[in-house]
Write a protein that binds this ligand. Sequence first.
Ligand code: G3H
Ligand code: 13P
Ligand code: ZN
Length: 332
Amino acid sequence: MTSYKELGLVNTKALFEKAVKGGYAIPAYNFNNMEQMQAIIQACVETRSPVILQVSSGARKYANQNLLKNMAKGAVEYAHELGYDIPIVLHLDHGDTFELCKDCIETGFSSVMIDGSHFSFEENIALTKKVCEFAHSQKDYVTVEGELGVLAGVEDDVSSEHSHYTQPAEVIEFVERTKVDSLAISIGTSHGRAKFKPSQCTRDANGVLIPPPLRFDILEEVEKKLPGFPIVLHGSSSVPIEYVKIIEQYGGKLTDSVGIPEEQLRKAAKSAVCKINIDSDGRLAMTAMIRKVFGDKPDEFDPRKYLGPARDELKKLYAHKNKEVLGSAGQA
Ligand code: G3H
Ligand code: 13P
Ligand code: ZN
């Protein structure tokens, strides 16, 4: 049993309170390996931003839970070594069972998501409540994120054809009965690099897909029902066209890529949305740089020579997000 405080981590409670009041969002970046972790910490220390390091159950299987936990501990020490102690949360992304959440809590996570959004309302409440009771009764309070409404796209092993927007009428009962600390809602974002079908979009003069706007009316309704309550947006990558172009220029094929425009995320970050999840943009940045190195230097075979540029690009991307999109820069 390891408490997150032993690792130098914090839960999301105070961070979210400050973010909701301050009109910005905390970045939640997924990581699976050392280079991603280095880039996240470098960018967040440089921009003085708090950060949520997210681990999916797939990441846990890929990288090993013990290594990830110790990387989070290393992240705290690395930030200190870089000269500034930013608040760091270790968060389970899309936990799907009580057992997985419990296991993460017992091995040092400071925050977990229990995603019961694919279940019925009552089943979602029962599962989320069970996780909250366990997480909140720990010696060091672990925060819990729940979800109402379903995002289109792939979430780990679960995939949905269509999104089901969050119903504002349900949020008060869900929060009161579960005692959840934050709530992920569905207002039109989705996971992955192709967030909408071309038939749902328009095209600009260059043929680039323009997505339909997010349902800010639903967000506003939710905010009215739960004033000041921390709201989370998943599926919030912007899918930068520059990365898609580099990947395709060097042999990749990413047909119909489209993300959430930055202005819309900026607007969301100023509301009660205090956590914004970004994974796909990082994948695109790394893939673009790795493909470029291999395309320009076919004889390269030292991993540091392609993972290094990928890491540098990732750091640039995250610093940009913190400064220009989420508004978390300077808030640590
Ligand atoms: O929401 C899903 C995240 O992008 C994590 O993806 O399950 O492939 O690690 P993953
Ligand atoms: P993206 O696929 O838009 O990066 O979303 C990531 C996410 O929501 C992780 O939980
Ligand atoms: Zn997600």
